[in-house]
Design a protein around this ligand. Structure first.
Ligand code: ATP
Ligand code: MG
Length: 157
């Protein structure tokens, strides 16, 4: 896992800018993305903004209780997971399903993937979001795999 860049958002508008760049970078090939960060860090906020820039028409809501929300109205299928309720043992049982969402042409965004306390068996992007203050957040972008490294290097400046 290699850290490719850090982006500091001073407010939600800045987060919107990085979400736009990110959406443009993934809109053709798709991506599998794990989002890390404490409660309220901005994992769902980032997902909503990325979905908006992919022209998802539906209202994007947190999948905390349903585990997965599917949005098919945008430029590519978007699958938004929240694994919090599954906890570690539950995540173990859905690894095969998760792996299917790492296929080309779809975007998977996964909150609380840290409940998989073992290495996920496929390439992915990991975004670590840190709460600085009410409006400020630090985003660290990591790549696992050469394709994702290139993708992130394309948006780091
Ligand atoms: N710069 C910023 N970037 C992202 N979110 C921000 C920013 N500034 C303020 N916020 C606010 O922080 C909150 C983040 O909440 P969000 O639901 O996205 O957190 P989460 O990481 O998904 O938490 P949970 O673990 O509960 O799912 C939102 O209300 C959002 O508007
Ligand atoms: Mg959330």
């Amino acid at each position: 896992m290699e850290k490719i860049f850090t982006f500091t958002a001073n407010n939600l508008d800045d987060t919107n800018l990085i979400a736009l760049k990110f959406a443009k970078a993934v809109e053709k090939a798709g991506a599998f993305v794990c989002l890390y960060g404490d409660i309220g860090a901005g994992k769902t906020a980032f997902t909503k903004l990325v979905a908006k820039h992919l022209d998802v028409k539906e209202k994007v809501t947190s999948p905390s209780f349903v585990i997965i929300n599917e949005y098919l109205s945008g430029k590519l299928p978007v699958y938004h997971f929240d694994l919090y309720r599954l906890e570690k043992e539950g995540v173990r049982t859905i690894i095969d399903e998760l792996t299917e969402y790492s296929r080309p042409g779809v975007l998977a965004l996964v909150e609380w993937a840290e409940f998989s306390d073992f290495e996920l068996p496929f390439d992915r992007i990991e975004i670590k979001i840190e709460y600085i203050d009410e409006n400020q957040r630090k985003f660290d972008f990591y790549a696992i795999g050469e394709d994702y490294k290139k993708l992130l290097e394309g948006i780091k400046d």
